[in-house]
Design a protein around this ligand. Sequence first.
Ligand code: GRF
Length: 200
Amino acid sequence: MVRIAVLTSGGGTNLEAILCAEEAGEIRSGRVELVIADREGCHSLKRAENHGRKAILLDRKKLGRAAFEEKLLEILKSENIALVVLAGFLTILSEAFIRRYSDRIINIHPSLIPSFSGKGFYGLKVHEAALMRGVKITGATVHLVNEIPDGGRILFQKAVNVEDGDTPEILQQRVMREAEWVIFPKAVEYMSAKIEGERA
Ligand code: GRF
């Protein structure tokens, strides 16, 4: 069973989708052992507790980047974490950290990468840009994390229609509901099974 940590910065709806998929038997090769939030007030930690999972606040602002990553690495190591899942996580991790978990960190991005991705594209800004450009189709992507923001190998994508009258908020909700919460659990199972297979 692959031990998973989920890193969050906000509401944790992607975390919720992953935990529910696990409890529904759709994720069988891995288990979320640990949820970490990088700032105060993340509902994701409440969600973790509701599902009986360890929930830790590591306040990046208070700690500063170096101490934040040091503590994060310490916790991941002591919990024998093999897969790191970035779910609405807004801290940019250093190249040194990424190298420590090479091909073992996945991220959800709320567009069809390469569109509306890379530095500065996160949260609502992604949907604002899609609406500004007037695309008719958008969606979500799960990708491996490397040193280039949103630049790692693409694992899963799912398309979503843009409707007339969409606001960034309405579009964000549709992309989460119809794409993010569908492909992220699939990607967690895919990566967990892959890691387990490599151990066999
Ligand atoms: C979502 O738009 C997700 O695509 C982005 O962060 C936002 C909040 O995610 N990565 P969550 O509700 O905290 O999972």
